[in-house]
Ligand binder design. Structure first.
Ligand code: FAD
Length: 449
C-alpha cells in the first residue's frame, strides 16, 4: 500500500507515525511545502518572546529522523499543486526535482490553515507579519531583536485579539516592546463570554498592553524615510508602529484542491465523515482544513486546534489500516496564558448557545484554587453552562492557579455525556496545597442543583 500525505506537521505527521505503527510494509511519503516537518507551531510566540531559547527545540522531527526511525519518506520544499483522484496521483512542485507526478493508493490531506490577510491598502508592507511557521517566526524575531537593542523602542501593533494575537502581545511585552492590541469585536478572545473575558483584558492592561476594542483596521501606509508604518483604524485613529502582527483568523489552505471534485463546506473547509473520509475514493482529510462536528450541539463547526488535528490523523491512519475508529467531534477545549493569568474553556459558550436557540442555565462560582488557609490560594472564576436536563454544555475559567485541571475535568465530563450532578459527585484529589475538600468543580455542581 502506498500512502501519500500532504502537509507534514500536526495532522500529517501523526497520521504518518500511526500508519507506520500499524503497517510495517506500507510505503509512506509526506510532501511538505516548507522547509520543516513536525515543528511546534504552538511554541512560536514563546520563541519570539525568548521563553523558548533554543530554536532547535521547536523542531520535533526532521526528515532524516522520520526515515531512520519510521522509514517514512518526508520530502521538504515539495508543494502538491493539484490532485487527480481518477488517476490516483498528485502533482508536486519540488525545489530540487522540478514538477513531477506521484501516484497513491491512499491520499491523506493535512494542509492546515493560513492566516487571513484582508485585501486593504498597504497590507503588502514588509513591516506587517503573520505567524504560522518557522520562517515567519525567524522574520519576526529578527525585527524584534533589532527593536529590543535600540534605546528608543518603536511600538508594535497587534491586530486581532484571538489566541495568537494575545500570545504575541504578551511575548512582545516580554521583550520590552510597547504593544497596542486592536480588536474589531467588543472584546478579545471570542471563545470566552463577555462577562468572563474582561479578566483577561484587565491582565493585559495591567501589564502595559494598550487595547483598542471595537475598532478594525482600515489601511496601512509606510512612513517615508523612517522605520515605521502607520496603521489607520476604521474610527480614524492612527497608530505608528515599527512592526504589525496581523492575527485576525485563519482560513483553510486548500487553493490547490479547487477543481479536484472535493466537497467543501460553506467557509471553504473540506467535508469529511467520522472516519475522516472525503467524498473522493481513498482520499482522507484531517486538521485545520476540515469541517468537524461540534461535540456539544451536533452542528458543523471548524476548530483549528492541535489536539483534534492529531486525533484526526490517528483516526485516518486507523481506517486506512482497516481499524474501525471514529472521530466523534471537537468540543474546542482550549487554554491560554495571559501573563500570570490562565484562561481555559471547553464546549459551547453563551453566544453559541443563543445563536442556536438552545435553552441553557448558568452558574458562576469563585472558589479558591486550594484551601484558603494554605498560603498562596487565589480565586478561580468558573462559569458552567448546562441544559435543563443537567447535561453540561460548556465551561470557562480564569485564574492564577489550577484553572487547567478544572477545565480538563469538566471537558472530560462533557465527553462522557455527564451532567451537573456528576460534577457534584466527582471525587477529586485533595490536600490543602492542591484543592479543597469541596473542589471548585464540585462547588459548581452544588450551585447548579
Ligand atoms: P499544520 O500544522 O498547519 O500543517 C500543515 C502543513 O501543510 C504546513 O506545514 C504547510 O506548509 C503544509 N502544506 C499546505 N499546503 C501544502 C501543499 N499544497 N503541499 C505541501 N504541503 C502543504 N493549537 C492548540 O491546540 N494550542 C495552541 O497553543 C496553539 N498555538 C498555536 C500558535 C500558533 C502561532 C499557530 C500558528 C497555531 C497554533 N495552534 C495551537 C494551532 C495548531 O498549530 C493547528 O491547529 C495544527 O497545527 C493544525 O494541524 P494541521 O496538520 O491541520 O496543519
Amino acid at each position: 500500500k502506498k500512502v501519500v500525505i500532504v502537509g507534514g506537521v500536526a495532522g500529517g505527521a501523526s497520521a504518518a507515525a500511526r500508519l507506520r505503527r500499524l503497517d510495517e510494509q506500507a510505503e509512506i511519503i509526506i510532501f511538505e511545502r516548507d522547509g520543516y516537518i513536525s515543528f511546534a507551531n504552538c511554541g512560536l510566540p514563546y520563541y519570539i518572546g525568548e521563553t523558548i531559547v533554543e530554536r532547535s527545540n521547536l523542531i520535533l522531527q526532521t526528515p532524516q529522523m522520520m526515515l531512520d526511525r519510521f522509514n517514512i519518506d518526508a520530502r521538504l520544499h515539495s508543494e502538491v499543486v493539484s490532485i487527480d483522484s481518477a488517476k490516483k496521483s498528485v502533482t508536486v512542485k519540488s525545489a530540487d526535482r522540478g514538477v513531477y507526478e506521484e501516484s497513491y493508493d491512499v491520499l491523506v490531506l493535512s494542509p492546515g490553515a493560513k492566516p487571513f490577510v484582508p485585501p486593504i491598502a498597504g497590507v503588502g508592507s514588509d513591516k506587517i507579519f503573520t505567524v504560522r511557521n518557522i520562517p515567519d517566526a525567524d522574520r519576526i524575531k529578527a525585527v524584534v531583536d533589532n527593536i529590543a537593542r535600540k534605546k528608543e523602542r518603536t511600538a508594535a501593533v497587534v491586530i486581532g485579539g484571538g489566541f495568537i494575537g494575545v500570545e504575541m502581545a504578551e511575548n512582545l511585552i516580554e521583550r520590552g516592546i510597547p504593544v497596542t492590541l486592536v480588536e474589531a469585536a467588543p472584546h478579545i478572545l471570542p471563545p470566552f463570554d463577555d462577562d468572563m473575558v474582561t479578566l483577561a483584558e484587565k491582565e493585559l492592561s495591567d501589564h502595559g498592553v494598550r487595547m483598542i476594542l471595537g475598532d478594525g483596521v482600515r489601511e496601512f501606509a509606510e512612513i517615508p524615510g523612517g522605520d515605521e508604518i502607520e496603521v489607520t483604524l476604521l474610527s480614524g485613529t492612527r497608530l505608528k508602529a515599527g512592526m504589525v502582527i496581523l492575527a485576525i483568523g485563519v482560513k483553510p489552505d486548500v487553493d490547490f484542491l479547487k477543481g479536484s471534485g472535493l466537497q467543501f463546506g460553506p467557509r471553504g473547509h473540506i467535508i469529511v465523515n467520522d472516519r475522516m473520509q472525503t467524498n473522493l475514493d481513498s482520499v482522507y482529510a484531517v486538521g485545520d482544513a476540515i469541517q468537524v462536528v461540534d461535540f456539544v450541539n451536533g452542528g458543523e463547526t471548524t476548530i483549528p486546534l492541535a489536539g483534534p488535528a492529531n486525533k484526526q490523523g490517528r483516526v485516518a491512519a486507523d481506517n486506512i489500516c482497516g481499524i474501525d475508529s471514529r472521530f466523534r467531534g471537537s468540543q474546542g477545549t482550549s487554554i491560554i496564558k495571559i501573563f500570570g493569568l490562565t484562561g481555559a474553556m471547553t464546549g459551547n459558550n453563551e453566544r453559541n448557545l443563543r445563536r442556536l436557540g438552545m435553552a441553557y442555565r448558568v452558574v458562576h462560582v469563585h472558589p479558591n484554587s486550594h484551601a484558603s488557609y494554605y498560603p498562596g490560594a487565589t480565586p478561580i472564576a468558573l462559569k458552567v453552562l448546562f441544559a435543563e436536563t443537567g447535561k453540561v454544555l460548556g465551561a470557562q475559567a480564569f485564574g492564577y492557579d489550577g484553572v487547567d485541571k478544572r477545565i480538563d475535568v469538566i471537558a472530560t465530563v462533557i465527553r462522557m455525556g455527564g451532567t451537573v450532578d456528576d460534577l457534584k459527585e466527582l471525587e477529586l484529589a485533595y490536600a490543602p496545597p492542591y484543592s479543597s475538600a469541596k473542589d471548585p468543580v464540585n462547588m459548581a455542581g452544588f450551585l447548579a442543583e
